[in-house]
Design a binder for this molecule. Structure first.
Ligand SMILES: [Fe+2]
Ligand SMILES: [Fe+2]
Length: 272
Protein backbone atom coordinates (compact mmCIF):
# COMPACT_ATOMS: atom_id res chain seq x y z
CA UNK A 1 0.00 0.00 0.00
CA UNK A 2 1.40 3.43 -0.92
CA UNK A 3 1.90 6.02 1.77
CA UNK A 4 -0.77 8.25 0.14
CA UNK A 5 -3.40 5.50 0.42
CA UNK A 6 -2.39 4.82 4.03
CA UNK A 7 -2.71 8.51 4.87
CA UNK A 8 -6.22 8.63 3.34
CA UNK A 9 -7.27 5.51 5.25
CA UNK A 10 -6.11 7.05 8.53
CA UNK A 11 -7.84 10.36 7.74
CA UNK A 12 -11.10 8.46 6.99
CA UNK A 13 -10.74 6.48 10.17
CA UNK A 14 -10.57 9.73 12.13
CA UNK A 15 -13.56 11.21 10.29
CA UNK A 16 -15.92 8.33 11.08
CA UNK A 17 -14.17 5.84 13.36
CA UNK A 18 -17.27 3.97 14.56
CA UNK A 19 -20.81 3.63 13.32
CA UNK A 20 -21.95 1.65 16.40
CA UNK A 21 -23.75 -0.94 14.24
CA UNK A 22 -24.62 -4.23 16.04
CA UNK A 23 -21.44 -6.16 16.86
CA UNK A 24 -19.18 -3.59 15.18
CA UNK A 25 -16.84 -2.95 18.13
CA UNK A 26 -14.47 -5.54 19.62
CA UNK A 27 -11.78 -5.57 22.34
CA UNK A 28 -8.99 -4.08 20.14
CA UNK A 29 -11.26 -1.08 19.40
CA UNK A 30 -11.87 -0.19 23.04
CA UNK A 31 -8.82 2.08 23.48
CA UNK A 32 -10.16 4.22 20.61
CA UNK A 33 -13.86 4.55 21.48
CA UNK A 34 -14.97 7.73 23.31
CA UNK A 35 -14.43 7.61 27.08
CA UNK A 36 -18.18 8.08 27.53
CA UNK A 37 -18.87 4.93 25.47
CA UNK A 38 -16.58 2.85 27.69
CA UNK A 39 -18.11 4.38 30.82
CA UNK A 40 -21.71 3.60 29.77
CA UNK A 41 -20.81 0.11 28.51
CA UNK A 42 -19.07 -0.78 31.78
CA UNK A 43 -22.01 0.52 33.82
CA UNK A 44 -24.59 -1.50 31.83
CA UNK A 45 -22.46 -4.65 31.99
CA UNK A 46 -21.79 -4.26 35.73
CA UNK A 47 -25.51 -3.91 36.46
CA UNK A 48 -26.30 -6.95 34.32
CA UNK A 49 -23.57 -9.09 35.92
CA UNK A 50 -24.81 -8.08 39.37
CA UNK A 51 -28.47 -8.90 38.55
CA UNK A 52 -27.47 -12.31 37.17
CA UNK A 53 -25.37 -12.99 40.28
CA UNK A 54 -28.31 -12.09 42.53
CA UNK A 55 -30.56 -14.37 40.45
CA UNK A 56 -28.21 -17.25 41.37
CA UNK A 57 -27.38 -16.43 44.99
CA UNK A 58 -30.78 -15.21 46.21
CA UNK A 59 -32.60 -18.28 44.94
CA UNK A 60 -30.05 -20.95 45.84
CA UNK A 61 -31.69 -22.23 49.05
CA UNK A 62 -34.75 -23.22 47.01
CA UNK A 63 -32.78 -26.07 45.43
CA UNK A 64 -33.21 -27.86 48.76
CA UNK A 65 -36.77 -26.57 49.28
CA UNK A 66 -38.29 -27.41 45.89
CA UNK A 67 -41.52 -29.44 46.32
CA UNK A 68 -40.23 -32.63 44.66
CA UNK A 69 -37.20 -34.24 43.03
CA UNK A 70 -38.12 -33.34 39.45
CA UNK A 71 -38.59 -29.65 40.23
CA UNK A 72 -35.40 -29.64 42.31
CA UNK A 73 -33.45 -30.92 39.31
CA UNK A 74 -34.87 -28.29 36.92
CA UNK A 75 -34.39 -25.52 39.47
CA UNK A 76 -30.77 -26.52 40.21
CA UNK A 77 -30.06 -26.23 36.47
CA UNK A 78 -31.62 -22.73 36.41
CA UNK A 79 -29.43 -21.59 39.33
CA UNK A 80 -26.32 -22.99 37.63
CA UNK A 81 -27.24 -21.11 34.44
CA UNK A 82 -27.77 -17.82 36.32
CA UNK A 83 -24.35 -18.23 37.95
CA UNK A 84 -22.82 -18.81 34.52
CA UNK A 85 -24.56 -15.73 33.09
CA UNK A 86 -22.99 -13.58 35.77
CA UNK A 87 -19.60 -15.24 35.21
CA UNK A 88 -19.80 -14.58 31.44
CA UNK A 89 -20.29 -10.83 32.00
CA UNK A 90 -17.83 -10.46 34.91
CA UNK A 91 -15.27 -12.24 32.76
CA UNK A 92 -15.74 -9.76 29.90
CA UNK A 93 -15.47 -6.88 32.36
CA UNK A 94 -12.24 -8.32 33.70
CA UNK A 95 -10.83 -8.44 30.18
CA UNK A 96 -11.73 -4.74 29.95
CA UNK A 97 -9.72 -4.07 33.11
CA UNK A 98 -12.68 -3.91 35.51
CA UNK A 99 -12.31 -6.30 38.45
CA UNK A 100 -15.40 -8.07 39.85
CA UNK A 101 -15.24 -6.04 43.08
CA UNK A 102 -15.16 -2.81 41.12
CA UNK A 103 -18.10 -3.97 38.96
CA UNK A 104 -20.15 -4.75 42.08
CA UNK A 105 -19.38 -1.26 43.47
CA UNK A 106 -20.61 0.27 40.21
CA UNK A 107 -23.80 -1.83 40.24
CA UNK A 108 -24.55 -1.01 43.85
CA UNK A 109 -24.17 2.68 43.10
CA UNK A 110 -21.04 3.24 45.17
CA UNK A 111 -19.34 4.33 41.97
CA UNK A 112 -20.72 6.18 38.94
CA UNK A 113 -24.35 7.19 39.38
CA UNK A 114 -26.70 5.51 41.85
CA UNK A 115 -29.51 3.38 40.49
CA UNK A 116 -33.11 3.86 41.40
CA UNK A 117 -34.01 1.51 44.26
CA UNK A 118 -37.19 0.16 42.67
CA UNK A 119 -35.28 -1.26 39.67
CA UNK A 120 -33.63 -3.99 41.71
CA UNK A 121 -36.39 -4.64 44.26
CA UNK A 122 -37.44 -7.74 42.29
CA UNK A 123 -34.07 -9.54 42.18
CA UNK A 124 -33.29 -8.51 45.75
CA UNK A 125 -36.60 -9.80 47.14
CA UNK A 126 -36.10 -13.37 45.86
CA UNK A 127 -34.37 -14.21 49.16
CA UNK A 128 -37.19 -12.84 51.37
CA UNK A 129 -38.06 -15.20 54.23
CA UNK A 130 -41.79 -14.88 53.58
CA UNK A 131 -41.45 -16.29 50.04
CA UNK A 132 -43.07 -19.58 49.06
CA UNK A 133 -42.20 -21.81 46.09
CA UNK A 134 -44.78 -19.98 43.94
CA UNK A 135 -43.01 -16.64 44.61
CA UNK A 136 -39.79 -18.11 43.25
CA UNK A 137 -41.64 -19.35 40.18
CA UNK A 138 -43.31 -15.94 39.72
CA UNK A 139 -39.84 -14.43 39.80
CA UNK A 140 -38.99 -16.58 36.76
CA UNK A 141 -42.34 -15.86 35.16
CA UNK A 142 -42.02 -12.05 35.50
CA UNK A 143 -38.42 -11.00 36.25
CA UNK A 144 -36.84 -13.37 33.74
CA UNK A 145 -39.49 -12.32 31.20
CA UNK A 146 -38.55 -8.65 31.79
CA UNK A 147 -34.92 -9.75 31.56
CA UNK A 148 -35.64 -11.42 28.22
CA UNK A 149 -36.58 -8.05 26.67
CA UNK A 150 -33.46 -6.35 28.10
CA UNK A 151 -31.16 -9.21 27.09
CA UNK A 152 -32.74 -9.26 23.60
CA UNK A 153 -31.90 -5.56 23.33
CA UNK A 154 -28.28 -6.21 24.43
CA UNK A 155 -27.98 -8.92 21.71
CA UNK A 156 -28.08 -6.00 19.23
CA UNK A 157 -25.39 -4.01 21.05
CA UNK A 158 -22.41 -2.52 19.23
CA UNK A 159 -19.89 -4.23 21.57
CA UNK A 160 -19.62 -7.65 19.94
CA UNK A 161 -18.37 -9.81 22.86
CA UNK A 162 -21.20 -8.56 25.08
CA UNK A 163 -23.82 -9.01 22.32
CA UNK A 164 -22.65 -12.61 21.79
CA UNK A 165 -22.72 -13.42 25.52
CA UNK A 166 -26.29 -12.14 25.61
CA UNK A 167 -27.33 -14.47 22.78
CA UNK A 168 -26.32 -17.41 25.00
CA UNK A 169 -28.08 -15.88 28.01
CA UNK A 170 -31.28 -15.22 26.04
CA UNK A 171 -31.65 -18.89 25.02
CA UNK A 172 -31.45 -20.00 28.65
CA UNK A 173 -33.75 -17.26 30.00
CA UNK A 174 -36.49 -18.53 27.68
CA UNK A 175 -36.26 -21.89 29.46
CA UNK A 176 -36.55 -20.22 32.89
CA UNK A 177 -39.65 -18.30 31.81
CA UNK A 178 -41.23 -21.51 30.50
CA UNK A 179 -40.65 -23.29 33.81
CA UNK A 180 -42.10 -20.34 35.77
CA UNK A 181 -45.18 -20.28 33.54
CA UNK A 182 -45.75 -24.04 33.79
CA UNK A 183 -45.52 -23.83 37.58
CA UNK A 184 -47.93 -20.88 37.63
CA UNK A 185 -50.49 -22.87 35.62
CA UNK A 186 -50.16 -25.79 38.03
CA UNK A 187 -50.57 -23.44 40.99
CA UNK A 188 -53.72 -21.85 39.54
CA UNK A 189 -55.19 -25.27 38.73
CA UNK A 190 -54.56 -26.46 42.28
CA UNK A 191 -55.45 -23.31 44.21
CA UNK A 192 -58.28 -21.95 42.07
CA UNK A 193 -59.37 -18.32 42.28
CA UNK A 194 -57.88 -17.22 45.55
CA UNK A 195 -57.18 -13.69 46.66
CA UNK A 196 -53.69 -14.83 47.63
CA UNK A 197 -52.94 -15.77 44.01
CA UNK A 198 -54.07 -12.34 42.80
CA UNK A 199 -51.92 -10.58 45.43
CA UNK A 200 -48.78 -12.57 44.70
CA UNK A 201 -49.11 -12.35 40.92
CA UNK A 202 -49.82 -8.60 40.92
CA UNK A 203 -46.86 -7.98 43.26
CA UNK A 204 -44.40 -9.82 41.01
CA UNK A 205 -45.88 -8.15 37.94
CA UNK A 206 -45.20 -4.71 39.49
CA UNK A 207 -41.62 -5.81 40.29
CA UNK A 208 -41.21 -6.89 36.65
CA UNK A 209 -42.37 -3.47 35.41
CA UNK A 210 -39.99 -1.71 37.84
CA UNK A 211 -37.05 -3.85 36.71
CA UNK A 212 -36.78 -1.67 33.55
CA UNK A 213 -35.89 1.34 35.69
CA UNK A 214 -37.29 4.86 35.59
CA UNK A 215 -38.68 6.37 32.36
CA UNK A 216 -35.97 7.17 29.86
CA UNK A 217 -33.97 10.36 30.09
CA UNK A 218 -31.53 12.10 27.74
CA UNK A 219 -29.09 9.38 28.72
CA UNK A 220 -31.32 6.92 26.85
CA UNK A 221 -30.77 8.79 23.59
CA UNK A 222 -26.99 8.65 24.15
CA UNK A 223 -27.07 4.90 24.81
CA UNK A 224 -29.11 4.43 21.65
CA UNK A 225 -26.67 6.52 19.57
CA UNK A 226 -23.77 4.39 20.86
CA UNK A 227 -25.68 1.22 19.99
CA UNK A 228 -25.59 0.07 23.61
CA UNK A 229 -29.35 0.15 24.19
CA UNK A 230 -31.20 0.40 20.89
CA UNK A 231 -34.62 0.51 22.56
CA UNK A 232 -35.23 2.69 25.62
CA UNK A 233 -36.62 1.52 28.99
CA UNK A 234 -40.16 2.62 28.21
CA UNK A 235 -40.29 0.78 24.87
CA UNK A 236 -38.99 -2.42 26.47
CA UNK A 237 -41.38 -2.07 29.42
CA UNK A 238 -44.33 -1.68 27.02
CA UNK A 239 -43.28 -4.79 25.09
CA UNK A 240 -43.09 -6.73 28.38
CA UNK A 241 -46.47 -5.39 29.49
CA UNK A 242 -48.12 -6.37 26.18
CA UNK A 243 -46.72 -9.91 26.41
CA UNK A 244 -47.85 -10.35 30.03
CA UNK A 245 -51.33 -9.10 29.14
CA UNK A 246 -51.49 -11.59 26.25
CA UNK A 247 -50.48 -14.45 28.57
CA UNK A 248 -53.16 -13.60 31.14
CA UNK A 249 -55.80 -12.98 28.44
CA UNK A 250 -55.08 -16.47 27.13
CA UNK A 251 -55.47 -17.84 30.63
CA UNK A 252 -58.73 -15.88 30.87
CA UNK A 253 -57.42 -14.35 34.12
CA UNK A 254 -56.79 -10.66 33.42
CA UNK A 255 -57.98 -9.94 36.99
CA UNK A 256 -54.74 -11.46 38.33
CA UNK A 257 -52.56 -8.55 37.15
CA UNK A 258 -54.14 -5.54 38.86
CA UNK A 259 -52.03 -2.46 39.53
CA UNK A 260 -52.87 0.29 41.98
CA UNK A 261 -50.16 2.64 40.74
CA UNK A 262 -49.59 2.47 37.00
CA UNK A 263 -46.37 4.47 36.61
CA UNK A 264 -42.79 4.14 37.92
CA UNK A 265 -42.38 2.89 40.59
CA UNK A 266 -45.30 0.57 39.79
CA UNK A 267 -47.28 -0.78 42.74
CA UNK A 268 -49.91 -3.49 43.02
CA UNK A 269 -51.31 -2.01 46.23
CA UNK A 270 -50.79 -5.38 47.92
CA UNK A 271 -47.29 -5.00 49.35
CA UNK A 272 -47.30 -6.12 52.93
FE1 LIG B 1 -29.89 -15.05 33.81
FE1 LIG C 1 -33.18 -16.55 34.56
Amino acid sequence: MSSTVTAIAIADAHAAPFDYAPGSIDFPDLPNVPEEYRHELIRLMAIQAYSEEKAATEGIEWIANAPDYKRRRVFAKIIAEEARHSYLIYNLLERMGVAEKQAIAIAEGRAHRPMHDASLEGPLSVGDESNEWIDIMLNHMFLDRAGKFMVGNFCEASFKPWAEANQTILREERGHIGFGFAELRTYLAEKGETNEARIKISNWYAKGLNFFGPPSTSRGARLSAYGLKRKDNETLRNEFRAEVEDVFNELGRQDLIELEKNDFPYRSGNEG
